[in-house]
Design a protein around this ligand. Structure first.
Ligand SMILES: *Cc1c(COP(=O)(O)O)cnc(C)c1O
Length: 400
């Protein structure tokens, strides 16, 4: 099916991109092959010269990976998707594909910890400057842009404090200054938010999270216009090799089939849990875009179909000595998994300050809202009452 087909998201999620071999298999096969054979020397030459389209080597193309790419491109409403070995590989590939010495990028401060490390420790080594701004300060975004700025980068809602940025407004700013807008759509997925429709140029995914949905595989993807993604970005993947494995692509294909149904269930439970957390004595603040108390609640209602499965909350006294309280809550859980992963059917609990964002400086943590007493929960598909009970056990142990 091509992306021109006017099918709904659920249909694309189940059938998009599928090809059938002469075996007539119903389910998508895993093409576990590193290379491909030709009928003749002439055909081999034509494939290598590009005169004849077709597979050459699985670092370049693989039918299972291509099915995943076409399905996700259709779901995001993009012309082209390039799959990568991880979410970080997707971000690094985007940088290596688009940037050159002397360029500049503007990024939200509230981004995934490894993305900050990638920008600050590696991308800068190639003579690229990075400026950070507050996610929701649009004047600061615009002020940070220079004639050398190649792209603006953000995640919305952000990790872990769920700040929501206005994608359409940032897309206008990017267009005005002739740079690209890149949105890491990991938290929402196309089931809840379509940044390309709002004017973004590139969408990035860590497929590891909700696209898989069961915490099995590492993978990533880059989606956008053929002119942007098909040339420089695909060129980097096929040459440098951060390509997705066909097995992982197959797992993600199965994940996409149930994506919208899972995102609705994650969102319903997360809203229930967020409301319950707001009513707890030991909780100072709950960060979840679905709450009326969230500073960008109205924007989230317009921009997203639901509010997603990730929330964070700050324990009382959590600004200073809160680490001990946060660890008490974590160490009294029996059900929630103590892990840094998110987007899993299993609920997970994380202390961002000492794990996912542990490598940030104290100043950077403060700017990103990572207080010592902050806990992040990725609300899974379990019974939400069992999740509440698991947290309540730790809350009872806190001195308030
Ligand atoms: C996990 C994550 C990444 C990195 O993805 P990997 O698959 O772990 O490499 C990037 N962005 C966000 C928002 C993430 O949550």
């Amino acid at each position: 099916m091509s992306i021109d087909d006017e099918y709904g998201l659920d249909t694309l999620a189940v059938r998009g991109g599928q090809i059938r071999t002469h075996e007539g298999e119903h389910s998508e096969p895993i093409f576990a092959t590193s290379s491909y054979v030709y009928n003749s020397a002439a055909q081999a030459a034509a494939r290598f010269s590009g005169d004849e389209p077709g597979n050459i080597y699985s670092r370049f193309t693989n039918p299972t990976v291509r099915t995943f790419e076409e399905r996700l491109a259709a779901m995001e409403g993009g012309e082209r998707c390039v799959a990568t070995a991880s979410g970080m590989a997707a971000i690094a590939t985007t940088c290596y594909g688009l940037l050159q010495q002397g360029d500049h990028i503007v990024s939200s401060r509230s981004i995934f910890g490894s993305t900050v490390v990638l920008f600050n420790n590696f991308i800068v080594k190639f003579g690229v400057d990075v400026s950070y701004v507050s996610q929701t300060d649009y004047a600061a975004w615009e002020a940070a842009i220079t004639p050398k700025t190649r792209f603006l980068f953000l995640e919305t809602p952000s990790n872990p404090i769920t700040e929501v940025a206005d994608i359409a407004r940032l897309a206008d700013i990017a267009k005005k200054h002739h740079c690209l807008l890149i949105v890491d759509n990991c938290f929402c997925t196309p089931a809840l938010q379509k940044p390309l429709e709002l004017g973004a140029d590139i969408v990035i995914h860590s497929a590891t999270k909700y696209l898989d949905g069961q915490g099995r595989c590492i993978g990533g993807a880059i989606i956008g216009k053929e002119t942007v993604v098909g040339d420089a970005i695909y060129g980097f993947v096929r040459t440098a090799g951060p390509s997705m494995s066909p097995f992982n692509a197959w797992v993600f294909l199965k994940g996409l089939e149930t994506l919208r149904i899972r995102m609705k269930a994650h969102s319903d439970s997360a809203l229930t849990l967020a409301r319950w957390l707001e009513a707890q004595d030991c909780v100072e603040q709950v960060n979840y875009p679905g709450l009326e108390s969230h500073p960008q609640h109205e924007l989230a209602c317009q921009q997203q179909k639901a509010f997603g499965g990730v929330l964070s909350f700050l324990l009382k006294g959590g600004e200073s000595g809160g680490k001990a309280s946060a660890w008490t809550v974590i160490d009294n859980t029996r059900l929630l998994s103590i892990t840094a992963n998110l987007g899993d059917a299993k609920s997970t609990i994380t202390h961002p300050g000492t794990t996912t964002h542990g490598r940030l400086s104290d100043e950077a943590k403060q700017e990103a809202g990572i207080a010592p007493g902050l806990l992040r929960i990725s609300v899974g598909l379990e019974d939400v009452n069992d999740i509440k009970a698991d947290l309540a056990r730790g809350f009872k142990r806190l001195k308030t």
